[in-house]
Design a protein around this ligand. Structure first.
Ligand code: GTP
Length: 316
């Protein structure tokens, strides 16, 4: 059986990070048993009640949750239902681990969206094999989802993924009262570039710009998508407006430094981008459309102020 780390690396195209497992149980002895079974191959995280588990999943989603049913306060069924009801956590597989299995409980758990049921006391080899199977399936479906959401030309996320993620991040920002920033990016005088160098060169230019933007984002939660034509968009969760402005200026410089010749550009002799930044403190709920409209308006300002620059504003 292939090692979960190599499975992860293969499916996600990343360096060999260990898959992330969340164990939710209120009994220290059970936590200890699970830790011993999985610590060598997985990053094991612990939650001792339902609320902790939900917070963990919403802020730093694991690859799989091993969930006890009987816990004080919120029980495992309620936790599973809450995970499946939230767009940001619904794809995390849940395996119930419980001492009291019967057909009624098992059916209820599976109907709530759990992928498997394991009885306590657990057999280490069985639980390891079942978790490994589910992790493999999770990575395969992550990959499928990723392919559906990639832009065919540039390889960055497409508009569909962007819209979905923006809705998720706007909701997360409202819930956590955390800042959120959006950057709209448009290649300057791109029609002239196509006219001058041809459509194929135009395509190559878009790929270079997209990959340059992608490589410049440092945090795992940041994303860049092709918004349409020669326009890109970045979502920067948990990022204050001033930091987003600094990032936009850095993106402008990084694209400029690629030094892609653009003899006919009115802004420089190389390909440049204009950027519109919209910041939100997270102190009150907003609509994704409001943030988009502000970023768009700021992009318009940047174009009219001479292009090859970033303009920004923060929602108050
Ligand atoms: N090569 C190529 N060109 C594209 C693609 N998508 C959009 N374009 C071109 O991008 C150009 C965008 O032109 P405009 O919207 O007039 O903007 P611009 O010339 O960049 O001017 P400003 O945005 O005002 O700086 C159009 O000529 C489109 O045909 C693509 O996938 N490949």
């Amino acid at each position: 059986m292939p090692h979960p780390e190599s499975t992860y690396a293969k499916f996600m195209g990343t360096t060999a990070l260990k898959p992330r497992l969340l164990v939710v149980d209120d009994q220290p002895i059970n936590i200890q048993v699970m830790y011993q079974i999985f610590a060598a191959e997985y990053q094991v995280f612990i939650a001792t009640n339902g609320n902790q588990a939900l917070n963990f999943c919403r802020t730093t989603p694991p690859d799989l949750v091993l969930l006890d049913i009987v816990m004080p306060g919120m029980d495992g069924f309620e936790v599973c239902a809450a995970l499946k009801a939230d767009a940001s956590t619904k794809n995390i597989p849940v395996i119930f681990v419980t001492a009291h299995t019967d057909a009624v409980q098992e059916t209820r758990g599976l109907e709530l969206g759990a992928v498997d049921f394991i009885s306590k006391p657990v057999n280490p080899a069985v639980v390891r094999a079942r978790v490994h199977t589910q992790i493999t399936l999770k990575f395969q479906s992550d990959l499928m989802r990723k392919l559906v959401f990639l832009d065919g030309l540039t390889g960055v996320f497409n508009r569909r993924y962007f819209d979905q993620q923006l809705a998720i991040e706007v909701a997360r920002s409202a819930r956590a009262q955390s800042p959120l920033a959006l950057i709209m990016i448009d290649v300057d005088f791109f029609k002239r570039y196509n006219d001058n160098y041809g459509h194929q060169a135009g395509d190559d230019c878009l790929c270079t710009v997209a990959q340059t933007l992608k490589a410049s984002l440092r945090r795992p939660a940041d994303l860049v998508a092709r918004y349409g034509g020669e326009e890109f968009a970045c979502i920067l969760p948990d990022t204050a407006f001033t930091d987003a402005m600094a990032m936009a200026q850095e993106l402008e410089q990084t694209v400029r430094k690629k030094a892609i010749a653009h003899a006919d550009s009115g802004a420089a002799h190389v390909v440049t981008v204009s950027l519109g930044v919209a910041g939100h403190s997270g102190q009150r709920p907003i609509q994704a459309a409001t943030l988009l409209a502000l970023a768009d308006a700021q992009l318009y300002q940047a174009k009219h102020a001479g292009r090859a620059r970033a303009c920004g504003a923060e929602l108050t």
